[in-house]
Write a protein that binds this ligand. Structure first.
Ligand code: KIV
Length: 270
């Protein structure tokens, strides 16, 4: 670790420059959501980027959509993640209506999130319409990740959780959105549920990385929701998510064994 790094030991060792270098070298980028300190300690360094996604609405708070999430929720969860991370870059979602009103309001809220969490970047949803906001944040040193395609904060306007960019016109609009965000200074863009051909075309047209979820293999990297890939909700399955473990079942078995040990007098042992 360099002297400068030691001096700023609170800072994650993965930087935006590292992300850009990996992208330029053709390495696929890895991102995973993370919402709490314990998980952050386990996941740190295994992926390039940990995203404190507003999907915590669903995974941590039990809401049906991401709309009820507040800045206070995001700050509490993101600060706990940040305390558990030394290596991965930590990006925080700005919640619904914390950045859409106007760029000044967005800057005030992004600044608060950065100051109170110590995280390295924010993510906002939207394309062309959000470009002036991205420009404003980037100009004062707030790194911004974009997010287009299925943008869950607009789920009602989009008419549900469905694939975007299926026809030529919709694909062209998404490409315009991506280019506007890149021109405004976004350092990468999430493509959520974008038709794979459109996602590959967008990725090829940009000089910043795209990070896909349910958008095929033509993106520069991939993101998954931690709880989906770990099987934390045994009864929930999504087409865009791959289960790498049945952690929900493992936890239930362990807790059932503990409870039966207590009931049967096997724990604590003499
Ligand atoms: O909130 C979230 O989990 C996200 C990912 C799906 C990219 O935005």
């Amino acid at each position: 670790m360099s002297a400068y790094r030691r001096l700023h030991a609170g800072q994650a060792s993965m930087t935006l420059r590292d992300i850009q270098s990996k992208y330029r070298a053709g390495e696929r980028l890895t991102m995973l959501t993370c919402y709490d300190y314990a998980s952050a300690r386990l996941l740190d360094g295994l992926v390039d980027i940990l995203l404190v996604g507003d999907s915590l609405a669903n995974t941590m708070l039990g809401f049906d959509t991401t709309l009820p999430v507040t800045i206070e929720h995001m700050i509490t969860y993101a600060a706990s993640v940040r305390r558990g991370v030394q290596r991965s870059l930590v990006v925080v979602d700005m919640p619904f209506l914390s950045y859409q009103i106007n760029p000044d309001d967005a800057l005030r809220n992004a600044g608060r999130i950065m100051k109170e969490t110590g995280c390295e970047a924010v993510k906002i949803e939207g394309g062309v319409a959000m470009a002036p906001t991205v420009e404003k944040l980037v100009a004062v040193g707030v790194p911004v990740m974009g997010h287009i395609g299925l943008t869950p904060q607009s789920v009602h306007a989009l008419g549900g959780y469905r694939t975007q960019g299926r026809d030529e016109e919709a694909a062209r609009r998404l490409k315009n959105d991506a280019e506007a965000l890149a021109d405004a200074g976004a350092f990468s863009i999430v493509l959520e549920l974008v038709a794979p051909e459109a996602a590959a075309q967008i990725t090829a047209s940009l000089s910043i990385p795209t990070i896909g979820i349910g958008s095929g293999s033509g993106c520069s990297g991939q993101v998954q929701v931690l709880h989906d890939m770990l099987g934390m909700f045994p009864d929930r399955r999504f087409r865009h998510a791959k289960r790498y473990s049945e952690t929900g079942e493992i936890i239930r078995e362990a807790v059932a064994k503990y409870a039966s040990d207590v009931r049967e007098g096997r724990f604590p042992d003499p």
